[in-house]
Design a protein around this ligand. Structure first.
Ligand code: PGA
Length: 244
């Protein structure tokens, strides 16, 4: 269960979140719990999460170890500060910053080089779904951004299916819509990396996951977890999602 804070919270707000959140999930051992705050909050979050069952991730990275790349942050830096995960190609990055499938591959490889687990996002936009192109878009994103990884690299990634029309809109995909998309992605994994990889890969659903809809989504065998935006900002609501 991963929370994506996007561009919300200061270090002081991060501290307050963890004070409230840690005791609520302390006894939960069913799932891996990850919070992905903005870069300036990482230090505070890692300090707060130290010794707890919560891991910290970043929301983006740049490939390479260091260099003249103003405004970017490398996997090496994220590893050094104590991050364990990194979100790659969130639809907001694809949409506002033009991230391409080639970027996904470079970023995933850079993350793995520095022992960060990449959470690679895929998902169709509303007009793509309405014109019946969902599978085609997912196939393009998988083939361009994920299939080029080696089997060893693939074994270390997490995939997040996030239909763009469901993100921040309050319009959750029905469990069936989400499960169908997950099934499509898993078949693609099977074709490229084989049945063991398809069985083992974790595919998270993201898009308006809330405490009151998480149970139905998680009842689908295809859905292995959730990537949660808005509802991860509040300690009680994210704790309710974690312990659905
Ligand atoms: P949301 O965001 O839960 O606010 O819809 C999900 C995401 O963008 O990861």
């Amino acid at each position: 269960m991963a929370g994506n804070w996007k561009m919300y919270k200061t270090p002081a707000e991060t501290h307050a979140f963890f004070e409230a959140f840690k005791p609520l999930v302390a006894s939960d051992s069913r799932c891996d719990i990850v919070i992905c705050p903005p870069f300036p909050d990482l230090h505070a979050a890692i300090k707060e999460a130290d010794g707890s069952n919560v891991a910290i991730g970043a929301q983006n990275l740049y490939w390479g170890r260091e260099g003249a790349v103003t405004g970017e942050v490398s996997g090496h830096m994220l590893q050094a500060v104590g991050c364990r995960y990194v979100i790659i190609a969130h639809s907001e990055r694809r949409q506002y910053f033009g991230e391409s499938e080639a970027d996904v591959v470079r970023k995933a490889e850079a993350a793995l080089e520095f022992e960060l687990t990449p959470v690679i996002c895929v998902g169709e936009r509303l007009e793509e779904r309405e014109s019946g192109r969902t599978d085609e878009v997912l196939a393009e994103q998988f083939d361009g951004g994920i299939a080029p990884l080696s089997p060893d690299q693939f074994a270390k990634i997490v995939i997040a299916y996030e239909p763009v029309w469901a993100i921040g809109t309050g319009k959750t995909a029905t469990p069936q819509i989400a499960a169908d998309a997950h099934g499509f992605i898993r078949r693609r994994v099977n074709a490229k990396f084989g049945p063991d990889a398809a069985n083992a890969v974790r595919i998270l659903y993201g898009g308006s996951v809330k405490p009151d809809n998480v149970k139905n989504l998680m009842a689908e065998e295809e859905i292995d977890g959730a990537l949660v935006g808005g509802a991860s900002l509040d300690a009680k609501s994210f704790a309710a999602i974690v312990s659905f």
